[in-house]
Design a protein around this ligand. Sequence first.
Ligand SMILES: [Zn+2]
Length: 295
Amino acid sequence: MIERKKILIVIILILLLALSLAVYFHTATSDSTPPISDKIGVVVTVGPQEEFVKRVGGDRVNVTVMVPPGSDPHTYEPLAEQMKQVQNAQIYFQVGSGVEFELTWLDKLRSMNQQMRVVNSSKGIQLIPNTAESEEGSDPHVWVSPKNAKIMVENIYQALVETDPANRDYYTKNKDEYLSELEELDKNITKTMADKNSTTIMVYHPSWAYFCKDYNLHQLAIEKEGKEPTSQDIIQIVDTARKKGIKVIFTSPEFSAANAETIAREIGAQVVPADPLSPNYLENMRKVAEAFANS
Ligand SMILES: [Zn+2]
């Protein structure tokens, strides 16, 4: 009986040793996904940039968006919670084209975290001057053209490689994959718009100038950047819309659609949403392009 007990104890000890070795080697060799603390803390201003950074950075990045979907980047103020994310971030990818949020807040955010690297993701994009007579500077909505998105993705890729050179191959593979999807989107939109040359699309807020420029459309806006139209403006807009045969007015979720609806009733047009800030960039741009083409 005692012999048997001894043998049983030895067998159990051997099994325990084997198990602990297995666990040890498993954790030592299969550590392909880094723990959360190991990720690069990244902050971006608008939703579309979130997809750009996530697609290139994959599981190596932790992304915080400052202006959440449905909020207006011309007027948004950050929450205490978002400030905390900024304090722990390594990179801030600014849009860099004169978005009001960045003009108002970026210096403040930078002073809260002086180690944080600020990268201009629009570097190399040709900016369109602001059309409103009273305003200086450029149209900030660069990301709405997939051609510009490709440039932004390259800039994001460069900065991630510089920050984390050990994972260059990983970022390169991700970037190439995403760029080919953007390329396909760009080609499809070009094809869709080929017989729509110089069509005028009517929008509430003038977010789409870069898209219109790259695919030969004209943008007619109800609102002048940041300002609601006066009743005099509305009379003029209704007149122009009738002349151009406008059948659709595009609105975006961060603005009230009341003025758009008034004008739509006046000219017998439909009100259709087109979101310039969706974090699902590829999917959203496909939808928007289709809606523009059918307007
Ligand atoms: Zn805007």
